[in-house]
Write a protein that binds this ligand. Structure first.
Ligand SMILES: [Zn+2]
Length: 532
């Protein structure tokens, strides 16, 4: 029976070989100890431990003693839900930098794209490409009204026919079915600017009936900002859906202070039952193309060839220059050509980062506003540039930030580290709020700031399983030191990562720790309400 007993021993050994590691397997994959838990709801922080199993938060308690595969001692630092950014242009760069370091290093775990009326169309193949790329943060989309109008009518200033409206409604419906979280618009931009309010409402109704929200870069953020907020509220009210003023700001010195009126409008709308909200980035400069910021919409109709024709017609050019002069004086130019900074000129990168006044001087002209306007036209003729416009009021910024219906959104992109001169918001938005506006200026509390970055945006787009630290929800988590967290990216030197975030977890996997991105690519495509 000797052979049998050996077989028996082997069988028992085999059993142990399977059973032994199982017996030693920790009940948790990650255990975060000594945390100052800010849960995202706005409730005061509390001390505790938090355990993760798989992709979810398994337990939160005063003390968790069970073993875990990985223990992180938070050392009393803040443990918060990963931040959710409802306004990103992350398709600029996400395929080149799928780890989205600039965002993840701030604690951002979810990026929503397709704002300002501009989205991929159709969105389904784009989301499939994101899924196949294996990126680090989660990713979702809005479908863009401008992209829809462009597909059906083109870049033309005219009303839509009933048949065209029906087509656009169909594209909105398809976008929602494909997974959009709602409809975005950019009524400031071509072709959004050619859209009458009623036409936007027609599409908003479709998105709203399918559970989506409306989010708008408004028609105007300068002299007509109050009327634009009214329009945004009207679209929500008549469209029957939640409506959001995105990257709310007051542009142009002459308009500073108007946030008193715009916030009152939001309060009044909310009081009568209109679900109107706001998002914001914490900088006093905006960013868009030189042509969008410093040229009137009529000049841009039809696209670049038509624009160049107008620039070559002396009479039209003169008219245009007058309008550009006015825009530098009263709107995005902030009254001084030095307030206009070139971000990226693809045809001459030596201009990247330079101020419009200096570029004007460099062309041998006195840096008057008229000459700066002439230089702006020249820049557009050469191929155009993206720009940064220092013309937003700080008092308005803080007033908007304090409003309970305001959340944080970056309006950023995924830069390739060291390339061009992007707006620093891509690297610093969330940590700047936590460092400058919570710790240094005490504009809002830590708990309120976290709410504006997590539970509030999650709730806004119906992400019921993220945005709050609670057992059973997805383990998207940011750990940071509230005493040292700060943004380093500046308008002059934007390519600087944020400081103070120590760990970032996405879907239960550590994506960032010890100052380095890990090899994990845990991000998922998130689908909107019509797909559930
Ligand atoms: Zn925008």
């Amino acid at each position: 029976m000797r052979t049998v007993s050996i077989a028996a021993v082997l069988a028992i050994a085999a059993l142990f070989a399977v059973a032994a590691p199982r017996a030693q397997t920790a009940p948790y994959d990650i255990l975060i100890r000594n945390a100052r838990i800010v849960d995202g709801t706005g409730s005061p922080w509390y001390r505790g431990d938090l355990a993760v199993r798989g992709d979810a938060i398994a337990k939160i308690a005063w003390r968790i003693d069970a073993p875990a595969a990985r223990v992180i001692d938070a050392g009393g630092h803040v443990v918060a839900p990963g931040f959710i950014d409802l306004h990103t242009h992350a398709r600029r760069g996400i395929f080149e930098v799928p780890t989205a370091d600039n965002y993840v290093r701030q604690g951002v775990t979810t990026l929503i794209e397709g704002p300002d009326g501009s989205s991929p169309l159709p969105i389904k193949p784009f989301l499939e490409r994101i899924a196949a790329t294996h990126i680090t943060p989660n990713f979702g989309l809005f479908v863009g009204q401008g992209s829809i109008r462009d597909a059906v009518i083109g870049s033309i200033n005219r009303k839509a026919t009933p048949a065209e409206i029906e087509k656009m409604r169909g594209l909105t419906r398809q976008g929602m079915l494909d997974g959009a979280f709602g409809l975005s618009s950019g009524l400031f931009y071509v072709p959004g600017t050619f859209t009458p309010t009623d036409e936007v409402i027609e599409l908003a109704r479709v998105a709203g009936s399918m559970g989506g929200i409306y989010i708008s870069h408004m028609r105007d953020e300068a002299s007509a900002v109050v009327a634009s907020v009214k329009e945004t509220i009207e679209i929500g009210e008549k469209g029957g859906l939640p409506t959001q003023v995105t990257h709310h700001k007051i542009i142009g010195k002459g308009n500073w202070g108007k946030s008193v009126d715009t916030l009152r409008l939001i309060d009044e709308a909310r009081a009568r039952g209109v679900d109107a909200t706001i998002d914001q980035y914490p900088y006093t400069a905006s960013s868009t193309s030189i042509q969008a910021a410093l040229m009137p919409a009529w000049a841009l109709e039809g696209g670049r060839d038509d624009l160049l024709k107008r620039l070559h017609d002396a009479g039209r050019r003169n008219e245009l220059k007058k309008e550009t002069t006015r825009l530098i004086m009263e709107e995005r130019g902030g009254g001084d050509p030095q307030n206009v900074q070139l971000a990226r000129c693809n045809w001459d990168h030596s201009l990247d980062g330079k101020r419009l006044g200096d570029v004007t001087k460099g062309r041998g002209l006195a840096p008057t506003v008229e000459n700066a306007a002439e230089t702006a036209l020249w820049l557009v003729e050469q191929g155009g540039c993206s720009g940064i416009f220092h013309a937003i009021g700080e008092d308005d910024l803080q007033r908007i930030l304090r409003h309970p219906a305001t959340m944080i959104g970056s309006d950023g992109e995924v830069p390739i580290f060291g390339q061009a001169n992007p707006h620093p918001r891509s690297y610093g938005t969330f940590v700047r709020v936590l460092g400058r506006y919570v710790r240094d200026l005490k504009t809002i509390t830590l708990e309120d700031a976290i709410r504006k970055m997590s539970a509030f945006p999650a709730q806004r787009i119906g992400l019921a399983d993220r945005g709050v630290l609670r057992e059973g929800l997805k383990a998207d988590i940011a750990i940071f030191d509230p005493a040292t967290i700060r943004d380093l990216a500046t308008f002059e030197q934007p390519h600087q990562y944020a400081e103070g975030v120590t760990h970032v977890i996405v879907n239960g996997q550590i994506a960032f720790e010890n100052g380095k991105m890990t090899a994990a690519r845990p991000g998922r495509v998130l689908y909107g309400p019509s797909t559930k």
